[in-house]
Design a protein. Structure first.
Ligand SMILES: C[S@@+](CC[C@H](N)C(=O)[O-])C[C@H]1O[C@@H](n2cnc3c(N)ncnc32)[C@H](O)[C@@H]1O
Length: 251
């Protein structure tokens, strides 16, 4: 192993220990972020509202989202960096891409990504575990998105509820790789939701731990992937170890 590999390995180990003692620490290291696509994260959040704005290219427009954030139902109640990257990408692609499409988001947390998908015209289901459903419902209501964004409980690894579309046009997942016991469950749910090549899967991921590679080892059994290349913000979020991937099921 080259010296630099050893150093990288040591650094990763240290990062892993820090993550274990303080899983939300990445949300606090926002001083170096240089772009408005990654607005500052609140440090310790209970029942706060934040206003986020996303640039839509076609037609030129701003999508405004009022987001209730609250860490008390779980870490998903905050706005996570990969979620903001994915929401910004959807907005930049514009309304034409999503208009009339069915969209399912996994691990939605506050619902931010799915709210933007709904605001762009997608018929969207935002999903998460039971404790997060309340904050998701509130965020749908305060953004007047009730006609186009539905909230559903979806626990990864469990059967897909009948209320969700069988074969969505688009599946979204952001910042869902952080808890190792959930890795196989997430892969299973992605696999259950994709039935043919016409379903696009956008998967936005922030690299945090060495263990993440075990998620990708599992994912590789069912999917291939490529980095999204047409996002003008890619060079900015790459510096924050965030990747936006398009997954393809091995059919
Ligand atoms: C880090 S948060 C990301 C939230 C949101 N996607 C964002 O980017 O702001 C991960 C989300 O995955 C959800 N999650 C974790 N394990 C899950 C499971 N087994 N089934 C469903 N959702 C899960 C959590 O509740 C949480 O909301």
């Amino acid at each position: 192993m080259a010296t630099s590999d050893i150093e990288v390995g040591k650094q990763m180990e240290m990062e892993e220990q820090l993550d274990f003692s303080d899983p939300l620490r990445h949300l606090r290291n926002t001083d170096e972020l240089e772009t408005e696509i990654l607005p500052s994260q609140p440090v310790s959040v209970q029942n706060q509202d934040i206003q986020l704005s996303f640039t839509c290219r076609v037609p030129e427009d701003q999508i405004q989202i009022l987001l209730k954030v609250d860490a008390s139902p779980g870490c998903g109640g905050l706005a996570w960096p990969a979620g903001e990257v994915l929401a910004a990408y959807l907005a930049l692609r514009g309304r034409e891409v999503l208009n009339g499409k069915t969209v399912v988001e996994l691990g939605s947390g506050t619902g931010l990504v799915g709210l933007v998908a709904g605001a762009l015209g997608g018929k969207t289901w935002i999903t998460d575990q039971l404790p997060l459903l309340e904050i998701m419902k509130t965020n749908v209501e305060i953004n007047n998105l009730t006609p186009c964004v539905a909230v559903a409980e979806l626990n990864w690894g469990e059967p897909i509820p009948d209320s969700l579309p069988r074969s969505p046009d688009l599946i979204l997942a952001a910042d869902c790789v952080y808890f190792e016991p959930a890795f196989p469950l997430l892969v299973e749910t992605l696999d259950d939701l994709v039935h043919n090549a016409s379903t696009e899967v956008l998967f936005c991921y922030k690299k945090r731990r060495k263990a993440d590679k075990r998620f990708f080892a599992l994912l590789r059994k069912r999917f291939t992937w490529e980095e999204v290349q047409d996002d003008p913000n890619k060079s900015v979020y790459s510096r924050e170890a965030i990747s936006l991937l398009r997954l393809f099921k091995k059919l």
